[in-house]
Design a protein. Structure first.
Ligand code: ZN
Length: 198
């Protein structure tokens, strides 16, 4: 197990397009586990390989939240479709084959820390991918899980959630980060317990 370094906007390496995986090798399986460990350590709910400087179409997701008192996963804030899917999810070569409806969510991102903005996504998606064993899988989902998968697939195409805002808002945030960088993240981690980074 190893913690990986997460690239942050405006690092140009986040803009590269990731390539499909031909075979899920033991090395890639280990890498996926390292990504999961990295994601959990930063309290993220999703992470794409592009964010840790590797150009493969691989993402890891765990949108479950824990009840702080019992330390058990909360199921009441998930949809039926979300509950039906075993998490954490590790997906190689994920493709959205069907999509429907619209939804919005205040998204954050481990590559754009401390910024949260409302983004519109498809409400329901059907996904094809390879699982950790390299088997072809297909599933449908909605809710936060669908939002998170769309956010992570964007990363594999070099796209960030701040690209999906209105042009004015997008330009304003990007120029602010370029000029001032990010605030002290160790302090922020305490303040923003409620927010989720994808
Ligand atoms: Zn992200």
């Amino acid at each position: 197990m190893a913690l990986l370094e997460i690239l942050k906007f405006p690092d140009p390496r986040l803009r590269r397009k990731c390539l499909s995986v031909e075979k899920v090798t033991p090395e890639l399986q280990q890498f996926a586990q390292d990504m999961l460990e990295t994601m959990y350590s930063f309290r993220g709910i999703g992470l794409a390989a592009a964010q840790v400087n590797r150009l493969v179409r691989l993402l890891v997701v765990d949108t479950r939240s824990k009840d702080p008192e019992s330390d058990r996963y909360r199921l009441d804030d998930m949809t039926d479709l979300e509950r039906a899917i075993e998490q954490p999810l590790i997906l190689f070569n994920p493709v959205i084959v069907k999509k429907e409806g619209k939804t919005t969510f205040d998204e954050g991102c481990l590559s754009v820390p401390s910024y949260y903005e409302t983004v519109e996504r498809f409400n329901w998606i059907q996904v094809e991918a390879l699982n950790l064993q390299g088997e072809r899988i297909q599933f449908e989902t909605d809710g936060l899980l669908a939002i998170c998968i769309q956010h992570e697939i964007d990363h594999l195409d070099g796209k960030l959630f701040i690209d999906r805002l209105s042009p004015i808002k997008s330009a304003r945030i990007k120029s602010k980060i370029r000029k001032h960088g990010y605030p002290d993240l160790t302090k922020l981690a305490k303040q923003e317990k409620e927010d989720v980074s994808l």
